[in-house]
Design a protein around this ligand. Structure first.
Ligand code: HEM
Length: 344
């Protein structure tokens, strides 16, 4: 039979250990699925969304309450975006806690990390597009952090937001970043990340000579599992979207005074919490960037995980990396919880 496009996605057979849920948690695959949902629902929203300051908030109301199935589409887009950040974080934790970033996968680890940053920026810009009164922190305080960067801050702010302070140009700029600049970058990175998995020999397991489990599964079995996982997660996402609407407050219009007092989106609550401690450049820009650098260096500065220990959780050979990631994750979770508590 002549190979079709689908035959190129997976090799004819793979080691069974590479496709065990309890090893991968299916998190990478679920992230791909959520990105696909975001693409489809995002395109559908574009038919009705109007990116002008006096119409944007109202057009989101139109999508939510008037367009047939508009509310469901918007909820699916919102929940897929929030879940994507959680699923990527889980995927990152699994990659580090199984030592799967070891060479030859170090570069793919960096591609994955870049994807994580793109996903956060996409969530942030999408959040601002809602153009309701809940987005004021993001619009004012969040973007002002850029201005605190010495020397380049002000010019960088103008490039990213289109003006010296939030105005008509800002919404267009965020819209273009969201639907084009960031999306294009994320799609390229995702295709590259997936291509590299195959290039690096599939999911990390011990090399053939060191394997204790030599079972293999066919690509048909792999696709069967992938389709099943997509059906289950698709059904769960639809249920969530049917019963839990995406937040929406009063639209921002020309008469709205923008104060920047509202709360940060949940994924930036930990930064909002740190901003209470003092210098905005240090806590709001430098510390998050330092964390990113530490994450990026994990495959390069810690001892290389032992080949024999690949394919299982918590290998002894990469304990240090596990501890570092566990501490970072814990601190971010605690700060997020503190940031979500009502101000006293
Ligand atoms: C939108 C974001 C991402 C998508 C769609 C994605 C997708 C995937 C998929 C489908 C796999 C194979 C299945 C699996 O391991 O679960 C995978 C593996 C991998 N990913 Fe990601 N990923 C993303 C983010 C990340 C991040 C944030 C990192 C780490 C910083 C990362 C590093 C890796 C590595 C090293 C592998 C190979 C794992 C192994 O060989 O065991 N990825 N990714």
């Amino acid at each position: 039979m002549r190979p079709t496009f689908f035959h190129h996605l997976h090799p004819p057979t793979i080691p069974a250990a590479q496709s065990r849920w309890r090893y991968t948690l299916g998190a990478g695959g679920l992230a791909v699925f959520l990105v696909l949902v975001l693409g489809v629902t995002g395109i559908l929203e574009m038919f009705y969304y109007i990116p002008t300051p006096d119409q944007a908030g109202l057009s989101v109301q139109t999508i939510t309450y008037l367009v047939p199935f508009g509310g469901l589409i918007r909820n699916l887009h919102f929940w897929a975006a929030q879940l994507l950040l959680i699923v990527i974080a889980v995927h990152l934790v699994r990659v580090v806690f199984t030592g799967a970033y070891a060479p030859p996968r170090r570069f793919n680890y960096l591609l994955g990390l870049a994807l994580f940053v793109f996903a956060i920026l996409l969530d942030f810009t999408g959040y601002v597009l809602r153009w309701d009164q809940g987005i004021q922190w993001a619009l004012v305080v969040g973007t002002n952090l850029i201005k605190t960067i010495p020397l380049i801050g002000n010019s960088f702010y103008i490039i990213l937001t289109g003006a010296t302070q939030p105005n008509i140009a800002t919404l267009i700029r965020f819209y273009t970043w969201h639907i084009f600049g960031l999306t294009l970058g994320a799609v390229i990175l995702m295709v590259w990340h997936i291509f590299r998995i195959r290039r690096d020999g599939g999911i990390a397991v011990p090399p053939p000579g060191l394997r204790t489990d030599n079972k293999r599964i066919t690509r048909y079995e792999l696709v069967r599992r992938e389709v099943l996982a997509m059906l289950f997660s698709g059904a769960a996402l639809i249920l969530l979207s049917l019963f839990s609407p995406a937040p929406l407050a009063e639209p921002i219009t020309q008469t709205t005074e923008v104060f920047g007092e509202a709360r940060a989106p949940w994924f930036f609550l930990w930064i909002q919490q740190m901003l209470k401690w003092g210098d905005p450049f240090f806590w709001g820009v430098l510390v998050p960037l330092l964390l990113l650098v530490v994450l990026a260096l994990i495959p390069y500065i810690f001892p290389k995980p032992d080949d024999r220990e690949l394919g299982r959780w918590f290998p002894k050979s990469n304990r240090l990396a596990q501890v570092v990631l566990a501490v970072i994750t814990l601190v971010v979770i605690i700060l997020t919880i503190l940031g979500s508590l009502p101000a006293s």
